[in-house]
Design a protein around this ligand. Structure first.
Ligand code: SF4
Ligand code: SF4
Length: 206
């Protein structure tokens, strides 16, 4: 198996597990019908997000899960990812988490601003620039229930991830704190070209 296949399998398994756990608790008409071979059923599909005009993506970038990375405690791996300039370390309350860079993060990849911080991957004409399977777990678990024709689509979502994020990041705080100290003052240009996005993906899958 290639490193990309290993990465994608791990991500798929995680998504399927989370949705399964949700379905076990949900009432019948709120269950999610997930294709386990292709579990990327997030509402963030180009056509929908384009029509919706980024009700959420244009407001704030969602969280990656630690599971979206090979290993956050491998600081050299993380430095290679951060140096690309497309994702940021974000202080959510008192915990560091990782999310896409926001346009208001300005020159650095460190952020304290939770709101009005439009995701750098969002394009008003095309929706999300990041290929579906590489999007942050929170984007993929921000799932449309039924009516994909109603906007703002936000009201039709269920969010299966954000309350789990702080718990999942707990064991990585010391590594993220160290990266914060290295990067808080470092200026990194924002480049959302296709080449740079592909570069990010290559680094993430290792
Ligand atoms: S609110 Fe939903 S449809 Fe709209 S941009 Fe965000 S994820 Fe896409
Ligand atoms: S990565 Fe894509 S789907 Fe997720 S918040 Fe950013 S633009 Fe939206």
């Amino acid at each position: 198996m290639t490193t990309e296949e290993i990465y994608l399998n791990k991500k798929k398994e995680y998504l399927v597990k989370k949705v399964k756990a949700y379905n076990e608790m949900a009432v019948e008409n709120k269950k999610i019908n997930l294709d386990s071979e292709n579990p990327y059923c997030s509402l963030c599909n180009k056509e929908i997000c384009k029509k919706c005009k980024g009700y959420c993506c244009a407001l704030k970038p969602k969280f990656f899960s630690p599971n979206d990375f090979y290993d956050i405690s491998d600081l050299n791996y993380m430095r290679e990812i951060l140096n690309i300039g497309l994702i940021s370390i974000f202080l959510n309350g008192e915990k560091w988490v990782i999310r896409p860079r926001g346009l208001l993060d300005k020159e650095t990849i460190i952020s304290y601003n939770p709101y009005y911080n439009s995701c750098c991957f969002y394009d008003y004409d095309k929706g999300c620039r990041l290929p579906m399977e590489y999007r942050p777990t929170e984007c993929l678990l921000f799932i449309n229930l039924k009516d994909r024709s109603t906007y703002p689509a936000y009201e039709k979502h269920i969010d299966l991830y954000s309350d789990k994020a702080l718990y999942e990041y707990e064991i990585y705080q010391k590594y993220l704190q160290q990266l914060y100290e290295e990067y808080y003052n470092k200026k990194i240009d924002l480049n959302v070209s296709e080449d740079n996005i592909n570069n990010l993906i290559r680094k993430m899958i290792k």
